[in-house]
Design a protein around this ligand. Structure first.
Ligand code: 16G
Length: 245
């Protein structure tokens, strides 16, 4: 159904009615397979409204959390995020976890390269300040929905010569014979800052989980130090407890 354009006082109800039309179309699955909304020109023609009215209706729906803007990529239908119950006792990778649950894992690489470690990285990895590390700063997504931000540091010597690191850091470590077998993880509640919120597509100040992981090889050497911010609305971390012996 098209919401027809009129002028003056009718503008606010018109914006609301365009918003309702868009919501109905989203609910009926019209954009479900594509996720990204058609461009402004096409959509304004489809709905028979001006681009100004459409822009206002879209801004309202972004505010309501029905749509989301991704810088340089367009306006997307905001899907309800996948929910994950993650046992705290198993040492798995993000890619494996998502695959097991039937979600498509993907990553947006924000920074990647060989660097000298920061003093925190050198301490956490128990390496000299002169030893090169691979630093991998990624946004991790499940079915295209941002789930976590991860900043991993791995001493270069654990990654095979010229080894291509694809989507999975653990797969690359496994290929180099250096898959971690044990990890110590610390979880802490935080409020996400503006930059984290923009990446995770949540409001600034939303609760998040700040997780530090140090992972070890079988011989006790430290292979990974990763700092992550997980969205708290997508993850339940579950630990099994037993009586002390
Ligand atoms: C998980 C780990 C992270 C590890 C990553 C490897 C937590 C809190 N973090 O996200 O430390 O680097 O898996 O995933 O579980 P990948 O093999 O898919 O790159």
């Amino acid at each position: 159904m098209a919401a027809r354009e009129s002028n003056g006082a009718a503008r606010a109800p018109l914006v609301a009615s365009v918003g309702e039309t868009l919501k109905r179309q989203i609910a009926s699955g019209r954009f479900a397979n594509v996720d990204v909304l058609p461009g402004e020109r096409e959509l304004s023609q489809l709905l028979e409204v001006s681009r100004t009215t459409l822009r206002r209706a879209i801004a309202d729906l972004v505010q309501e959390g029905v749509l989301t803007h991704r810088h340089g990529a367009g306006t997307f239908v905001k899907r309800s995020p996948p929910h994950v119950r993650q046992p705290l006792s198993r040492l798995t990778s993000f890619t494996e976890d998502m695959r097991l649950r039937g979600f498509a894992a993907s990553s947006r690489v924000i920074e990647r390269g060989a660097f000298l470690p920061t003093s925190e990285e050198s301490m956490m990895l128990d390496i000299a300040l002169s030893e090169t590390v691979l630093r991998l700063f990624r946004l991790r997504l499940a079915d295209g929905v941002p789930m976590a931000i991860e900043r991993a540091a791995v001493p270069m010597r654990f990654l095979g010569e010229g080894e291509e690191i694809g989507d999975s850091l653990y797969a690359a470590l496994e290929a180099a014979g250096c898959r971690p077998v044990r990890a110590v993880q610390r979880l802490r509640a935080v409020m996400v800052n503006a930059a984290e919120a923009a990446l995770l597509e949540v409001a600034e100040g939303s609760p998040g989980l700040d997780i530090h992981r140090i992972a070890y090889l079988a011989d006790g050497r430290r292979v990974e130090f990763t700092r992550s911010i997980y969205r708290s609305d997508t993850y339940d971390f579950v630990a099994e407890l037993s009586l002390p012996p």
